[in-house]
Design a protein around this ligand. Structure first.
Ligand code: ZN
Ligand code: ZN
Length: 411
């Protein structure tokens, strides 16, 4: 039995990190179904969590820190999730290091070197994610009063919960702006649909994603879609089935077709199901879900003017995989998942949506430019405040509060 203990100098938090990782006695044995990660019970977060770290001065009873706004609370949830995912990268790093020792011991130095390289990659990736969004800057819009994140340094890892959250928000806003740029938008009818494929084994995830992407291109080349699919955006979502240990990848698509085309009068859902089955060369009818978005008009595209469109955009770009599925699946599957989706394109655009995005100069990357003015009112943000992540309390603390506390302590 090996026990790998993560050294203290990594500066780990007590709660979020595996302190020991148990490996099988016999290295030739298959990895255990679930690698046990010991550690203090983890703090859980959900959308409705309200924890205001309001501090009260014990002597005077006065409030020391103001309650946090919702933006900060949202950052806290995602940052804590990123720390949990980072800890999984460290855990894999430690398992690989043990494998390196075994390979050296058995005289297979070439294998040892190869695994060592992998181990370093996992360590560095964990390190970057661990430090993701350690500092935040927030400002307030003097006109609408909203608090905005004006800057944050992010790791841009594709499985980082914080980065994925920011990317989802960014892509949703981009989609709204993109549709707004298409000036004859009322000439189109929008649909939101989902196409699926049967669950796949973790080792087949990459192949399945490739198959889906080929099928999508094949579908687009059919006569009707070629003529009628004027613009689209699609994003991959993957769900994890804990009972069967399989993955379920599927596409969410927002599609624009000509409003006046006769086909739009009929049920397009059967057509898409048929095309998708043929494109994937399936012997069963794949599950597809189709609905028209009735409120795409030139009248306005925001949440109030077009609630259905807004909902479809959020649904399309919400996430690739749920944070809790990623942090709770067995470590061996987590590693496979990370490796299988590496360099796979998860979001793609076509037709007039792609053209409008190019005009707006949008890229597929997470934008890290500091935002110094309000997105709604364009007013410069005032009262910018810096927050620093505290690994001890799993919360953001106002940086000047920390400095003041330190100064008080010194005096
Ligand atoms: Zn504003
Ligand atoms: Zn990140």
């Amino acid at each position: 039995m090996y026990k790998t203990i993560i050294p203290k100098e990594f500066g780990f938090v007590k709660g979020d990190f595996p302190l020991t990782v148990e490996l099988p006695d016999n290295p030739d044995q298959k990895p255990p179904k679930e690698l046990k990660i010991k550690g203090r019970s983890r703090r859980r977060f959900n959308e409705n969590d309200v924890f205001h770290p309001v501090k009260v001065d014990k002597k005077t009873g006065e409030l020391v820190a103001k309650p946090k706004n919702n933006t900060i609370l949202a950052w806290e949830q995602h940052k804590a999730a990123s720390a949990r995912i980072a800890s999984r990268f460290y855990a894999i790093h430690h398992i690989l290091k043990a494998e390196v020792q075994l390979a050296h011991a058995s005289g297979d130095h070439a294998t040892a070197d190869r695994i060592a390289l992998d181990a370093t990659k996992f360590f560095e990736r964990g390190q970057r994610m661990y430090n993701c969004a350690s500092f935040l800057q927030h400002g307030k819009c003097p006109d609408c009063g909203r608090a905005h994140t004006s800057s944050a340094i992010l790791c841009r890892d594709r499985v980082c919960p914080t980065c994925n959250w920011r990317l989802s928000l960014q892509q949703a806003v981009e989609m709204q702006n993109t549709l707004a740029l298409i000036n004859d938008i009322d000439q189109y009818k929008a649909a939101f649909f989902c196409v699926t494929i049967k669950n796949c084994q973790p080792a087949d995830l990459k192949g399945t994603l490739e198959r889906m992407s080929e099928a999508w291109n094949r579908l687009l080349n059919r006569k009707k879609p070629k003529r009628d699919f004027k613009g689209w955006a699609r994003r991959v979502e993957i769900t994890y089935n804990r009972d069967t240990r399989t993955f379920h990848p599927h596409y969410h698509v927002i599609l624009l077709v000509p409003a006046k085309h006769p086909d739009t009068l009929f049920d397009m859902s059967a057509m898409i199901c048929d095309y998708w089955r043929n494109a994937l060369r399936l012997d069963y009818d794949p599950v597809t879900d189709f609905e028209w978005i009735e409120d795409l008009t030139a009248g306005g595209l925001d949440e109030n003017a077009a609630p259905n469109l807004h909902k479809a955009i959020l649904e399309t770009f919400k996430y690739t995989i749920k944070d809790n599925e990623l942090s709770e699946m067995p470590l061996d599957l987590f590693r496979q998942f990370v490796e299988q989706i590496q360099s796979k394109r998860l979001t793609s655009y076509g037709g007039i949506v792609k053209e409008a995005r190019a005009q707006l100069d949008y890229s597929d990357e997470l934008d890290q430019e500091p935002q110094l003015s309000c997105g709604k009112c364009a007013s410069p943000l005032l009262n910018r405040v810096i927050y620093r992540w505290s690994f001890a309390s799993n919360t953001y603390e106002r940086f000047e509060n920390i400095m003041i506390a330190k100064a008080d302590h010194g005096a």
